[in-house]
Design a protein around this ligand. Structure first.
Ligand code: G6P
Length: 369
């Protein structure tokens, strides 16, 4: 009913706007603000085995798989442990090499996705240690894994996942930082700088949410698109995938996410003066590379909508539209950059008259194969 929507037109919009609070809920009790130490209580007993693991295998489906990709980049970068990411639906059927030296970490909002649960069971048969990141307390996944971390995002009703995704990314960031701390793979000052920026993320997301009218205005310009391309590099490549998935799920516009450096190997052929190209381009170590990608799109008359760092006048002068985000440590930018992409997809879908909370053919959780 309208009441549960708290005055918002749709659950999805409500859930997008809840993210400052749900991310805080994912932190709660897990960061000691006196010394920045990270506490993941339910992992205490299994931590030695994680630290000794020859690799960590992340398994998930859909949006949770995109969170897993970010997790791979975070854990490898910060904690220097090899990570692989698998679709649960592939992993369960392909006889993967697995042993008791592996740690499998399954990620699922619902904890009931059939493919993910089967992959969990298979990993256990191979004697791997199996952990979970899950939103629903008491779900099948939380009962069947050896240990885990709850995301505490609250119940998510909109079929297209938003706040559960940012909660998963938050928890994966905490895990990567905890592992890095124990393995001493990053300098002390860097550790503190990241934790400080992570704690500042909810406030920065509030700032981004205040620009929702502007995002709606831009969405109106591109509502009739037939195809869309999303580009990003590094931690923001999975964000590009997630932005494209949001658009295609709820607006039925065909959208593809791509690693910006791969554009020249295919998607560049799609670029003409009709296609919107959403480029995630904040100031980070890839910035100059992404600027060249944008120039390549502009040279072929593509329409570029860029997610940029606040005050980036250089890109503002180069692209059709900008969505601004506050500056932050690159480790935290996935949490910030995905917000305008969620809103962009939401407003386009609403303008096209789509059923945002119940998109056709999709289910909130896929409990049968
Ligand atoms: C369905 C939902 C997606 C979700 C995916 C995985 O396809 O529509 O939003 O990302 O399942 O769900 P899970 O509950 O395992 O995260």
């Amino acid at each position: 009913g309208a009441l549960e929507k708290n005055g918002y037109d749709h659950f999805m919009l409500k859930e997008i706007f809840e993210q400052p609070e749900t991310i805080e809920a994912s932190f709660r009790g897990r960061i000691n603000t006196k010394n920045n130490e990270i506490i993941l209580g339910r992992l205490t007993d299994v931590m030695p085995r994680i630290l000794e693991a020859q690799r960590i295998v992340l398994i998930a489906c859909g949006t949770s798989w995109h969170a897993a990709l970010i997790g791979e980049y975070l854990i490898e970068e910060l904690a220097r442990i090899p990570v692989e990411v698998e679709y649960a639906s592939e992993f369960r059927y392909r006889n993967p090499v697995l042993s008791s030296n592996d740690v499998v970490l399954a990620i699922s909002q619902s904890g009931e996705t059939a493919d993910t649960l089967s992959a969990v069971r298979m990993a256990k048969e191979h004697q791997a240690m199996v952990l979970g990141i899950c939103n629903v307390v008491g779900s099948s996944m939380s009962r069947e894994t050896d240990a885990g971390i709850y995301t505490h995002a609250g119940s998510e009703i909109g079929v297209a996942s938003t706040k559960a995704f940012t909660a998963q990314v938050t928890v994966l960031t905490l895990l990567a930082l905890r592992l890095a701390r124990l393995k001493q793979t990053i300098p002390e000052e860097r550790f503190h700088a990241i934790v400080t920026d992570l704690l500042a993320a909810p406030e920065k997301i509030r700032t981004i949410l205040q620009s929702s009218n502007h995002i709606q205005y831009i969405a109106n310009k591109y509502r009739d698109a037939v195809n869309a391309l999303y580009l990003g590099r590094g931690y923001l490549f999975p964000v590009a995938l997630e932005g494209a998935l949001k658009l295609k799920e709820i607006s039925y516009i065909h959208a593809e996410g791509y690693a910006a450096g791969e554009m020249k190997h295919g998607p560049i052929a799609l670029i003409d003066n009709n296609i919107p190209v959403v480029v995630v381009a904040p100031k980070d170590r890839y910035y100059e590379k992404v600027v060249s990608n944008i120039q390549e799109v502009k040279a072929r008359k593509g329409n570029v909508i860029a997610v940029v760092s606040m005050g980036d006048n250089r890109l503002k002068g180069m692209v059709n539209d900008v969505l601004e985000i506050p500056e932050s440590d690159p480790i935290v930018t996935p949490l910030l950059t995905v917000i305008p992409l969620q809103l962009f997809a939401y407003y386009i879908a609403v303008l096209r008259g789509c059923d945002v909370d119940q998109p056709r053919n999709l289910a909130k959780s896929v409990t049968v194969e």
